[in-house]
Design a protein around this ligand. Structure first.
Ligand SMILES: Nc1ncnc2c1ncn2[C@@H]1O[C@H](COP(=O)(O)OP(=O)(O)O)[C@@H](O)[C@H]1O
Ligand SMILES: [Mg+2]
Length: 269
């Protein structure tokens, strides 16, 4: 039985994260604030290296924040990491699919990791294969599958534990338009069932079509947040591409939006 989550599914306040290496320290997240209501989908946008994957890493307990309050599914990611892990699913930029196993074996492996038991594991596996149209291919090693099929399997594996919050880090990168649309349909179906989704993407059309809310990460902060329509209106732009380009100009000299600058977040809600 899952406890009812009170408040937003994702709540991030003042999130800071630096990477330290021999050559020094790199500040990546410089006070990120973000709220994602239950049963909605937020797209986290930003140029390469903006810190999208880092954000997903902290929110999914894979990385530790330097400072900030982060709650996911009603639990603090630092103090209640196990409870967060039990409530979430994560699909990374690199698929977690094992090429040597068949599709069904990959799913059963996930079912074992979730301690579903033999019968329930087989039932869940069959259900998810059916849902993603992978039943026919299920007995073949994944090495022979197309990229689109592997992505679907990856998402199916994320859903084995019936997560209430799902993180999708560039789930459709490299997919052909048809596979992308199939994945969008699955994501919409999940949201309709009440699942909360935080998705990162390089495709602004994807954010436009899919997201209830868009957050643009730049210079270590969320520099704009709102519905796709609101962002377009505020920036007098025809497409999210135009909004994105206007908001994420590379830092020029001293007046850029590099971490540490005083860019104010623009909230159009
Ligand atoms: N494990 C790591 N160690 C050091 N630097 C990292 C590490 N992971 C990411 N970075 C750096 O942090 C910045 C943000 O990376 P990332 O979160 O992957 O951005 P995005 O997903 O938006 O492209 C980049 O400059 C990247 O090189
Ligand atoms: Mg990334």
């Amino acid at each position: 039985m899952t406890a009812t989550v009170r408040g937003p599914a994702i709540e991030v306040a003042g999130l800071f994260k630096s990477y330290r290496s021999k050559v020094g320290e790199q500040l990546v997240l410089d006070g990120v604030d973000l709220v994602v209501p239950v049963g909605t989908i937020t797209a986290l946008l930003g140029p390469n290296g903006a810190g999208k994957t880092t954000t997903v890493g902290v929110l999914s307990t894979l990385l530790r924040a330097d400072a900030g309050a982060v709650r996911v599914a009603g639990h603090d990611v630092a103090r209640e990491a196990d409870a967060v892990r039990a409530a979430i699913g994560v699909t990374g930029q690199v698929t977690a699919v094992d090429d040597l196993l068949t599709g069904a074996e990959n799913l059963r492996l996930m079912a074992d990791l979730h301690h579903l038991g033999r019968a329930a594991g087989r039932r869940r596996t069959a259900e998810l294969l059916e849902r993603f149209g992978l039943t026919e291919a299920a007995g073949k090693p994944v090495a022979a599958w197309s990229g689109g099929m592997k992505r679907k399997l990856d998402l199916a594996m994320t859903l084995v534990g019936a997560p209430s919050v799902v993180f999708l880090d560039e789930p459709t990168t490299g997919l052909d338009p048809r596979s992308r649309r199939t994945l969008w349909d699955e994501v919409r179906a999940l949201v309709a069932e009440g699942t909360t989704i935080l998705l990162t993407t390089q495709y602004l059309e994807e954010a436009d079509r899919l997201a209830d809310s868009v957050a643009v990460l730049h210079g270590g902060r969320v520099v704009a947040e709102g519905t796709p329509a609101q962002l377009k209106e505020v920036h007098d732009a025809g497409t999210l591409d135009d909004v994105f380009l206007a908001l994420t100009e590379p830092p020029a000299g001293t007046s850029g939006t590099a971490p540490g600058s005083t860019t104010e977040k623009e909230d159009v809600r």
